[in-house]
Design a binder for this molecule. Sequence first.
Ligand SMILES: N[C@@H](CCC(=O)N[C@@H](CS)C(=O)NCC(=O)O)C(=O)O
Length: 211
Amino acid sequence: MKLYDFKMAPNPQRVNMFLAEKGIEIPTVEINTRERAQFTESFKAVNPISQVPVLELDDGTRISESMAICRYIEDLHPDPALFGGDAKEKALIEMWSRRAEFMGYLSAADMLRNSAPVFEDRGLPGVPGGVPQIAELVERGRNSMARFFALFDDRLGTARFVAGDAFSVADITTFVTVRFAARVEVEPPADCANIARWLGEVESRPSATAV
Ligand SMILES: N[C@@H](CCC(=O)N[C@@H](CS)C(=O)NCC(=O)O)C(=O)O
């Protein structure tokens, strides 16, 4: 197997943290999206939508969505289970993962991609012709992040980890999201003591160095 990766990009970081939790190493090929390497003809042959990460299997099959890659790895290496054990755990992990992605991750992406000079004309990932930045999306993202922090702080007041008692892929997406938002100087509010407690716990895991 081979992982097309870009260590500083958040979606590849989700996969890298997941692999670290599983104790698995896969050879990587770095695709520097800052330098537009995703738009070369050779990478477009790997992933026509010009995005990383992509997992290439030994038979040539390419899997290009972060969570599809993680689910594939989970099936091959079920321990530790990061997508849950029984039906209830699986459903809760899915629920919190989706909330982390839609409320948090996409808001952080909106803020960064619509404000940072390096993303000028790159409002959306993987579009070679360019997508103009929309300033209003920065404010909308900031408001949405505030709701994300409030919801997750509340949740972490009653659960050790995002989806319950056990660390899961929902914690990985939430952790990557918090770090991603920090790039645009949006941090959890000071009164989010539960997020602070949880962050300390996740940061102490060896897998956190992948983010
Ligand atoms: N849904 C995809 C999204 C992947 C994605 O957006 N990747 C970003 C890096 S985090 C990318 O490749 N960006 C290319 C660009 O900025 O043009 C997944 O989860 O794998």
